[in-house]
Ligand binder design. Structure first.
Ligand SMILES: CCCCCCCC/C=C\CCCCCCCCCCCCC/C=C/C(=O)SCCNC(=O)CCNC(=O)[C@H](O)C(C)(C)COP(=O)(O)OP(=O)(O)OC[C@H]1O[C@@H](n2cnc3c(N)ncnc32)[C@H](O)[C@@H]1OP(=O)(O)O
Ligand SMILES: Cc1cc2nc3c(=O)[nH]c(=O)nc-3n(C[C@H](O)[C@H](O)[C@H](O)COP(=O)(O)OP(=O)(O)OC[C@H]3O[C@@H](n4cnc5c(N)ncnc54)[C@H](O)[C@@H]3O)c2cc1C
Length: 642
């Protein structure tokens, strides 16, 4: 099963080898539990480990393999981030995709050797989503052949970029490029921020940390202002766009090609989300098979809480989602790598499809991951609320994904644009022009679902039902939009008035894609036992998801009330079937105790003894009487006693 999760037997084996090596290297372990450290201590600890990794990484992993890098990162540095997180996740990908060969030769080896640390600075205090209204400017000075970066007012300060505050000395900065008074829109520039020897900010640069956040507090998200700060013309990233010495602008082959660093993270982050969801569920499911509370049969001893159907209903559909996200994520990364290769050789025809797909997936996956982790926390009762579970940290980090790389609602609306265009093709009889991901929009569906009548259809009837509801909602939302415009409403106003319905279509379309990716994977599996276990999980997934969106299928009678009962019964049936495999389905992800960082989720199940040990190690327990008591509470009580 680990081979299914991680993509191949070799990958699963490599993960085990890497974990085993790390287990033997105490210098790479947390020196104490992260929840007991201050933010400064955590950053220090993380930087300490980073320097060891820079020396020894080659002995542990293949540093050119993103999956191995990511595993090493999760084990050693953890999911709260690190002082170089953006260096690997966005700075290097931005240079790789957007810098010319010559620029790459100059900067990439330095970045890869870690001579310099970089980040990706785009969002501003006043604008993040709406890139067209970013305020930072890069004005070309023809006389000196330099760009002058400037922050015209406080709202134009770069705000949020990870590791910008304190750690990075370089950044890819997105600014509006102005040449001879003409604004060419946002473009990426390579900018040195700090002196390479002293790490002091360079003159003309105001920079710092934006303060603590809900999670991710090892990352120094920062602010940055420019005061007429000059960089050479050749610091504009020029793989796709060029500016010649005389100010001539050569436009890129696709208007949004400079957005590739965002698409990179959107494609890769799905796996990250699946891992976080599976981690939280691993903790909750292991704990649920240790925790005994109450009796189902009063004549019997207390049961493991995992025996309760409500507990299973709370956890198991999310286990299925974690697998589904992992499989959909693997497909998306493959597609992304393909499109990136094509883009490098000038073929940009697949960019729109990739953008639409990653926008929808990013939104649905982060939202449902957040939901699943929160349920996992509650499933652990009181101990879930303790930082000893580590679930609250996982939750805080995971839901950051609902916001970064494009706020979820906004990204769903991006997918909706693509769906509406596709609906227009269907309506104008041009279904043959639909791309493969939306081809179903042009296919006539049956009058009713056959889910309960052809139960062994290999999930075909389920897929058809998802297709039906997605198609219907897409065409309905598109009709609403076109209808408003026909009545004379301006396009943007009409769009806004339909946007809730449009986003519903985007979610349904994305959920269909996730189901299809799960079905595709299960169909490929040769090993009978693995196939059986995953088929059960897929049954739970399709029934649970369908129940969740049933109103869309009920309203036009595609599903009947009795079919809904059938679907509900299937959910209960598969909860019971999955119960014996539940812990194994999560243990198969092979998270080490080092990586999980959870007292509740330990592999050995020795929860209570370790919770007590953990509590005793709390800094508050270093002394029996705190100074807050001697200074304030004791005098107060004494005064009251007089
Ligand atoms: C050993 C230690 C090492 C540690 C490192 C580990 C390394 C591991 C390496 C690899 C593994 C990676 C694993 C990653 C795991 C994930 C971890 C996550 C870590 C957390 C990091 C967080 C970092 C966060 C960063 C950011 O948030 S950066 C800022 C992101 N900002 C946004 O996303 C802004 C959102 N806004 C937009 O995208 C746009 O403004 C817009 C909403 C799309 C609108 O754009 P605009 O220009 O205004 O467009 P319009 O003119 O309206 O036109 C729309 C038009 O354009 C098309 N379009 C838009 N975008 C694209 C695109 N990207 N591609 C193609 N087409 C695009 C769109 O479809 C429209 O087309 P139509 O008009 O035809 O409809
Ligand atoms: C943990 C974290 C890490 C980050 N790292 C980086 C980084 O490394 N580099 C970087 O540059 N940035 C980074 N960001 C910033 C991030 O990319 C932005 O916060 C994000 O893109 C959302 O933009 P915003 O904050 O402007 O939200 P806003 O756009 O102001 O969103 C506020 C609300 O307005 C709604 N809204 C906005 N526009 C529309 C619209 N057109 N239609 C409908 N509704 C709309 C949204 O849906 C939301 O409900 C990070 C953010 C976080 C939380």
């Amino acid at each position: 099963m680990a081979a299914q999760i991680w993509g191949s037997e070799k990958r699963a084996r490599r993960r085990r080898e890497i974990s085993a090596k790390i287990a033997q290297m105490p210098e790479l372990h947390d020196s104490k539990p992260l929840p007991f450290m201050t933010r400064e201590e955590k950053i220090m600890e993380s930087a300490r480990k980073l320097t060891i990794l820079t020396e020894k990484m080659g002995q542990i992993i293949d540093p050119t393999d993103p999956a191995e890098l990511y595993h090493l990162n999760n084990e050693v540095l953890g999911l709260e981030g690190n002082p170089m997180a953006l260096h690997g996740v966005m700075f290097i990908p931005a240079l790789s995709a957007q810098a010319s060969d010559e620029q790459q030769a100059k900067w990439l080896p330095r970045a890869l050797r870690r001579e310099i640390i970089g980040t990706y600075a785009q969002t501003e205090l006043g604008h993040g989503t709406n890139l067209q209204n970013l305020e930072t400017t890069a004005t070309y000075d023809l006389a000196t052949q330099e760009f002058v970066l400037h922050t015209p007012q406080i709202t134009a300060l770069k705000w949020w970029p990870g590791n910008l505050g304190k750690s990075s000395n370089y950044a890819v900065v997105v600014a509006h490029m102005i040449i001879k008074a003409k604004n060419y829109g946002p473009h990426p520039f390579m900018v040195q921020l700090r002196d390479e020897k002293t790490h002091e900010p360079l003159p003309g640069i105001t920079i710092g940390d934006i303060g603590p956040k809900m999670a991710y507090n090892i990352v120094d998200n920062g602010f940055l202002g420019f005061n007429k700060y000059r960089i050479p013309r050749t610091n504009l990233l020029m793989r796709h766009t060029k500016v010649e010495a005389d100010g001539t602008y050569i436009k890129p082959p696709h208007a949004k090609i400079n957005y590739s660093a965002m698409v990179h993270v959107r494609a890769y982050m799905l796996t990250g989300q699946a891992i976080m969801l599976a981690s939280a569920l691993n903790i909750a499911t292991r704990y649920s098979s240790v925790r005994r509370q109450g009796q189902i049969d009063k004549s019997q001893p207390e049961v493991k809480v995992l025996e309760y159907q409500t507990q299973q209903h709370r956890l198991f559909p999310s286990i299925a989602r974690a697998y589904a996200f992992q499989f959909a994520g693997a497909e998306t990364v493959k597609l992304y790598e393909h499109v990136l290769k094509e883009m490098k050789s000038g073929n940009v025809s697949l960019m729109a499809d990739l953008h639409a797909l990653t926008s929808g997936l990013k939104s649905v996956v982060t939202y449902q991951t957040g939901e699943g982790i929160e349920q996992a926390r509650m499933a652990c009762g009181g101990h879930g609320y303790s930082m000893a579970s580590y679930i609250s940290e996982i939750y805080g980090v995971a839901i950051g994904g609902c916001t970064y790389e494009g706020e979820n609602m906004v990204m769903l609306l991006q997918l909706a644009r693509y769906l509406v265009k596709s609906a227009a093709l269907v309506k104008s009889g041009q279904s043959s022009k639909l791309g493969p991901l939306v081809a179903y929009l042009g296919v006539k569906s049956e009058p009713t679902s056959l889910i309960d009548r052809i139960p062994n259809s290999g999930f075909t009837e389920y897929v058809k039902t998802f297709q039906h509801v997605s198609k219907r909602q897409t065409l309905k939302a598109a009709d609403m939009f076109f209808g408003l415009m026909e009545k004379g409403e301006k396009r943007e106003i009409a769009w806004n008035k339909c946007s809730v319905e449009l986003n519903r279509a985007s979610r349904l379309h994305t959920r269909l894609f996730i189901v299809e990716a799960f079905v595709r994977r299960v169909n490929e599996i040769a090993d009978i036992r693995i196939k059986e276990a995953l088929t059960d999980l897929l049954h739970l997934h399709v029934n649970y998801e369908l129940l969740d969106i049933a109103s869309y299928a009920l309203e036009d009678g595609f599903l009947s009330a009795s079919q809904l009962d059938y679907i509900r019964d299937q959910v209960y049936l598969y909860l019971g079937k999955i119960r014996p495999n539940a812990v194994s389905l999560l243990d198969s992800w092979e998270f080490s105790d080092i990586e999980l960082r959870s007292v509740l989720g330990r592999r050995d199940g020795n929860v209570y003894e370790n919770l007590f040990k953990w509590a005793k190690s709390s800094p508050l327990n270093k002394t029996d009487v705190l100074s807050s008591v001697t200074q304030y509470l004791k005098p107060m009580m004494e005064k009251a006693r007089l």
